[in-house]
Design a protein around this ligand. Structure first.
Ligand code: GLA
Length: 389
């Protein structure tokens, strides 16, 4: 970690506080939150560090060790429209926080990510770590759910990504050696402990070497397609329906989908197929974890990955290749591409006894397929971790 050193170098004094937000993985429950499904997830022991001090004049001044441009704005003077840079996440959460609480102090700080960007929800982690620091200097003590809601609202309304609450919930609620099992409709959640008889595992992150951004991807379109399916199904079935933006697959029983799916445009039917089958996998996965059956949980994660490729139709060629390699690598319980699947990495739950062999095999096969990504592809072995609070 270098953010404290960098702070000292810039400001010629030590930072007064250091805070951390973990990244997340979601082995089962991908693309569920956009229609209020259930998810399972874990925070990992890599994430975003922020070294900071309060600024009495209300200015925020943040350097990133990953991005060139320094973020600078006043907590009570946020531009209404986004500026299309990484600091939009900071401005967005500041705006959301200021709608609920008076803000006086700003911060000066240095922010640092510990892994390459893509698939681990570093954007939610940046927003949350900054939000936590801003609350700290302004003596605000929000509830965990409030933190989640403010950062989701910032991403939806300010940054313009139609994401659900999966990322933020995993990064806030998770607990080391537990699996988060969350219903994104009711916000009820459970932290299922690792069973005493469960085999040991690590979370392997295979970073493809390709970084792209969510806002520019087809992410929003997939959410729209799945909601369009919900709207149409309600109409076919003669169900009461309201505004389009209130249509979600969670409101449509699976039997209705089975009865009318042939009438949907094929693409919409596929998105819904993923959503309903993922709903089922999440529930089975949570039960498998409860029983300590890691093989079953892993297998369901691999199935989830397959459905994301075939039905949700995401995954770059690099991520699909990585996924395919993982499915035949010994010592991998299961896995999928992490996050939305338009960039970044694949995650797998692996047997630590095979760690070295897995790293070697996956690296060799992947670089055979994509030799130009040598030096950019990387493997990271992680442990489960506590959430930000
Ligand atoms: C991104 C979004 C999440 C979720 C996942 C896909 O990480 O931010 O809300 O939709 O993709 O599971």
């Amino acid at each position: 970690m270098h953010c404290q050193e960098k702070f000292l170098e810039i400001y010629k004094r030590e930072s007064e506080a250091l805070t951390f937000c973990p990244y997340r993985v979601c082995p089962i429950g991908a693309h569920s939150d956009g229609n209020f499904g259930k998810i399972t997830g874990l925070a990992i022991d890599k994430g975003i560090h922020l070294a900071y001090s309060p600024k009495l004049n209300g200015v925020v001044e943040l350097c990133s060790l990953q991005f060139e441009k320094r973020a600078q704005f006043h907590v009570r003077d946020i531009p209404r429209n986004k500026c299309n840079d990484w600091a939009d996440y900071l401005r967005g959460v500041t705006l959301k926080l200021s709608e609920k609480y008076p803000l006086t102090y700003g911060i000066s700080g240095v922010i640092e990510g510990s892994l390459p960007i893509g698939g681990l929800s570093s954007s939610a982690a940046v927003a949350l770590v900054f939000l936590k620091a801003l609350c700290h200097v302004n003596l605000i003590h929000p509830e965990p759910l409030e933190m989640i809601q403010m950062s989701v609202a910032a991403e939806n309304e300010y940054v313009g990504v139609n994401s659900g609450k999966l990322d933020q919930s995993c990064e806030v609620y998770s607990k080391k050696n537990h699996l988060l099992y969350l219903d994104t409709l009711t916000d009820e959640y459970e932290l299922i402990p690792t069973h005493p008889n469960m085999k040991p595992y690590k979370v392997a992150i295979f970073f493809s070497g390709v970084e792209r951004t969510l806002a520019g991807s087809k992410f929003n379109m997939r959410v729209d397609e799945s909601r369009a399916a919900a709207y149409a199904l309600q109409a076919y079935a003669g169900m009461e329906y309201g505004k389009f933006k209130e249509a979600y697959l969670r409101n449509v029983p699976r039997e209705i989908f089975e009865q009318y799916k042939e009438r949907l445009p094929q693409n919409w039917a596929k998105r819904a197929e993923h959503w309903y089958t993922e709903f089922d996998r999440v529930q089975r996965g949570a039960e498998a974890w409860r029983r300590g059956n890691l093989e079953e949980y892993g297998r369901l994660s691999t199935e989830s990955g397959w459905s994301s490729i075939v039905n949700w139709e995401t995954g770059s060629p690099e991520l699909k290749t990585l996924y395919e390699i993982m499915t035949h690598t010994e010592g991998v319980y299961g896995g999928r591409f992490s996050g939305a699947g338009f960039k970044g990495c694949c995650m797998a739950l692996i047997d630590p006894a095979y760690e070295g062999e897995i790293t070697r095999m996956v690296t060799e096969e992947y670089l055979k397929a994509f030799p130009a990504l040598k030096g950019k592809f990387s493997v990271h072995m992680c442990e489960s971790a506590d959430g930000i609070l």
